[in-house]
Design a protein around this ligand. Structure first.
Ligand code: C5P
Length: 210
């Protein structure tokens, strides 16, 4: 096994995987790619330009990932629709693999990182939480950003997106057999980070920083 540290993090929305990915990347000094942004950008841009999602994915630019609109729930719903198209996933594959295999190592989070993008990653984490815990987090996040929504609606939209992501034929959301399962329902971000770090250190990887 090479000692290049690639950390593959998968899980459903609002499971805490994004926060965990950012913290692990900072701890180990690794570049981080939030792969959900790629699908969000394809969904939003194809909707805005009228081009097909496949064509949009083939011509995606890094500048497309900076749009703040990508963080909205409607961009998330659009993302999960275009993410079910196998050709869209194919067009985004090389970019993600290249990012993962840069010499420094990398952290990637998404739905199929440990199963499809980096099946050879030495560290795989599958982050989950109960639907209620995830909906509560998402609801608070939306409220903090000034959004106007109600909890049952957040829960229903989340269930719809979970179902679409888990039941699709192309790269469905599923834990890799060798992934470390982290249920964050009763954990805060610090506890999730500590549990993930302990697992990574047991595998022999340590931060080389101060
Ligand atoms: O993680 P995020 O909520 O930003 O992802 C948006 C959508 O993009 C997901 O619901 C999923 O359908 C899709 N996605 C995917 N594969 C990934 C990352 C995201 O299919 N690796």
């Amino acid at each position: 096994m090479s000692n290049r540290l690639i950390i593959a993090i998968d899980g459903p929305s609002a499971s805490g995987k994004g926060t965990l990915a950012r913290r692990l990347a900072a701890h180990f000094g690794l570049p981080h790619l939030d792969t959900g942004l790629l699908y969000r950008a394809v969904g939003l841009k194809s909707h805005q330009t009228g081009r097909t999602p496949i064509e949009t994915a083939a011509n995606l630019q890094t500048s497309d990932l900076a749009n703040p609109e990508l963080r909205t729930d409607s961009a998330g719903q659009q993302a999960s629709k275009v993410a079910a198209i196998p050709e869209v996933r194919d067009k985004l594959l090389n970019l993600q693999r290249k990012f993962a295999h840069q010499p420094s190592g990398a952290v990637l989070d998404g739905r199929d990182i440990g199963t499809v993008i980096c099946p050879d990653a030495p560290v795989k984490l599958f982050v989950t939480a109960s639907p209620e815990a995830r909906a509560e987090r998402r609801y608070r996040e939306l409220r903090e950003r000034g959004g106007n929504t109600i909890k049952p609606r957040v829960l229903a939209e989340m269930a719809e997106r979970d179902r679409r992501d888990s039941e699709r034929a192309a790269a469905p959301l599923v834990a890799a057999p060798d992934a470390f399962l982290l249920d964050t329902s009763d954990m805060d971000a610090d506890a999730a980070f500590a549990a993930a770090l302990a697992f990574i250190e047991r595998k022999g990887f340590r931060s080389s920083g101060p």
